[in-house]
Write a protein that binds this ligand. Sequence first.
Ligand code: PLP
Ligand code: LYS
Length: 421
Amino acid sequence: MDHFLYRNGSLHAEDVPISDIAAAVGTPFYVYSTATLLRHFTLFDEALDGMDHMVCYAMKAASNQAILMTLAQAGAGMDVVSVGEYLRAKAAGVPGERIVFSGVGKTADEIRVALEGGIRQFNVESEPEMEVLNAVALSLGKIAPITIRINPDVDARTHAKIATGKSENKFGIPIARAREVYARAGAMPGLDVVGIDVHIGSQLTELEPFETAYRKVAELTEALRADGHHIRRLDLGGGLGIPYEQSNSAPPLPLDYGALIKRKVGHLGCEIEIEPGRLIAGNAGIMVSAVIYVKQGEGRDFLIIDGAMNDLIRPAMYDAHHDIVPVVEPRPGIERQPYDIVGPVCESGDTFARQRAMPPLTAGDLVAFRSAGAYGAVMSSEYNTRPLIPEVLVKGDQFAVIRPRPTFDEIIKRDTIPEWL
Ligand SMILES: Cc1ncc(COP(=O)(O)O)c(C=O)c1O
Ligand SMILES: N[C@@H](CCCC[NH3+])C(=O)O
């Protein structure tokens, strides 16, 4: 169920006209639908029905505290990758027992904060990290619950920049060395080895790579149990993809993914964690932008909009496709024309789409980038001294700004000038 639909000829977020939000907050902005966030969380939660499980939302996808609170109130845990995310999740009211800590470069300071504040488990990614974690835990008189992230050497068949499960990627420990590393962990008094972690990549559009990875995890669970480890929890990561192009065939559904998990690891009797990010937030958010100019180029028309690569970097970074639709519903049968849709930033890479067929648009018209809820606002920057754009949350017929646009004064005052200058 899409919560961004045309009604009476204009695009809505749930029951709120996008043009009302634009009038209130200015453009560009991100807007999220509470109903979509909750629906996607529930799809995963129900897909694991009958198993002891926790859906730990990968908050890197969209980390506004209002989003975290919405999901946490529905029962979500959180997957964090930095102490900043940990503190943000805590600030949104998520208890430490519902937070898992992933990431290849956790520092001793980050580990200390999480151990002191409470944590469900650390997903350890290397032997040096294991040693630091053990030392910090002992210094605090605590025992740190851990899984070890294994790298199963599986091709996730996704964009190379977001594949994480091949042996050449920096993530996890090689599965071939897992028994040896678990033996070391098991002997460390500051660690409690509770399970295994795996995450092979993002925007997976087929189940087969998950199937291979989870088969390897199941085999390893049995081997480690035979070695005497009390493996009782499996963190199976995130990564299930979303349809970015409405014209394309859709990736597998959470229900199919849940059934696969049951088939592959259900017999082991472990508690299951999953860490979906994109599928929960991606299609729960859009970015809205206004046309500044329509410019005639050599053999092409440029639609110059007020959103730019600093606001939504996915097209520049991964050549990602986002559907872009006018906020005013095009008349049926209207002739479309090709535009290069670009932002105002001083780079040719600041291009959202080339020769994209759109109904004719003019200055002031609003356009919406679909599927922009995940890895959108969180990856934005102030490049070109462009303020971070506001985030808005809709629930039914209500909307609220959940991160305001900073003023230029606020941005400029952040710099400090040395007294010797
Ligand atoms: C450890 C970990 N868990 C979960 C995720 C979430 O992935 P996705 O947003 O593709 O579901 C990521 C990002 O790929 C990750 O690195
Ligand atoms: N930033 C990436 C996803 C990275 C996933 C990281 N765990 C994207 O926009 O597709």
